[in-house]
Design a binder for this molecule. Sequence first.
Ligand code: ZN
Ligand code: ZN
Ligand code: ZN
Length: 397
Amino acid sequence: EWLEAADCRAELLRYLKEHVPQIFCLKKECSPQEEEELAQSRLLYPLECFLFGEDPEDGLEKLKQGSTSSQLCGRVFKEGETVYSCDCAIDPTCVFCMDCFQDSVHKSHRYKMHASSGGGFCDCGDVEAWKIGPCCSKHDPGAATAMVTDDCMLEPELYERAEKLFRILLRYVTDFLVWEENFELPAELQPRAKENAYYCVLYNDEHHSYDHVIYTLQRSVQCGLAEAQTHTALIDKEGRRAVKRGTFRSCQQAKESIRSNSEHISLQPLRVEILHAAVMAHQTFALRLGSWFQKIIGYSGLRQAFCQVALEPNADRDRPCLISRLMLHDARMYKARKIVHELIFCSMLMDAEFKRLFAIEFTKYYKQLQKDFINDDHERSISITALSVQIFTVPTL
Ligand SMILES: [Zn+2]
Ligand SMILES: [Zn+2]
Ligand SMILES: [Zn+2]
């Protein structure tokens, strides 16, 4: 039906408007597993059916057979993961993941190893990163070709649907990751009747210790020690967490209580905000879509469609393209920005031509990004500015 609709975007958003809030915030006691299953079956599965025009499993299988594996490893490092460098590297930022290193000539060289601070990726296969032995045996293309731009091997209909779908979804993801209205949704997603359902959301900051937060939660939202610990660990990991659900009034009370309880232990109150349940639901799904994209664009033809859409000039020429909108919001985004960085790694940085186009965008806003970084008061270790080592160290760029 979406395919035949005159306005595919409007139809799709209408579907999301109806289903997203039901899955992500209707039931209070929905376990993460149940939530994930529902998101799979009622949101992601229909989207994939639209994309492939058939059972997604068959579609993905065909893509797997047709796609030559990328010559770049591109593995994104987790914090603390062991990475390897060698005297043969063009500069000290070039590294191998453990698997690639084990399969490379550098094993018998003067190599160094260290723990990644997270957020970089494996340079195996990048001929610009290594003086010799740029590939491990797994990523060796056989011939000494440079990072080639993948030819699009998708059927034209599939490519067209991919572009159409990605354009709608990436804009949705962008809109919600930069969204700053706590109570209102964009007009096309505004529900007819607005429920009195809100979340009290606690944000990570650099001023309060774990113990402060646990103490505050126990006194403010009447939760037990174990629950308070879970909340606190997740706030640290994900950057924010809903600690209470209820009417606007009850969330307002919780907010006041959290602020006053946290203020007298460390001078500065914790950052608490009240969000309408539907806003929270769409933001949650936008993040989920971010990791869905990562999975789906592992196939080179689809990756190309994604890069195309992400870098497409905005219809309104004065406004930045989608990926730049995300970058420009980086410093204000809670830890969700990690997902954005990973998306950039596994899309634009995996392809020579799109990497060049992305470098132009990155450079265009570089000054602003650095300013935002300096003003950012939390989590500087995860910043879009760290991408400068992926861009400004590349000789041909
Ligand atoms: Zn690797
Ligand atoms: Zn490799
Ligand atoms: Zn070496």
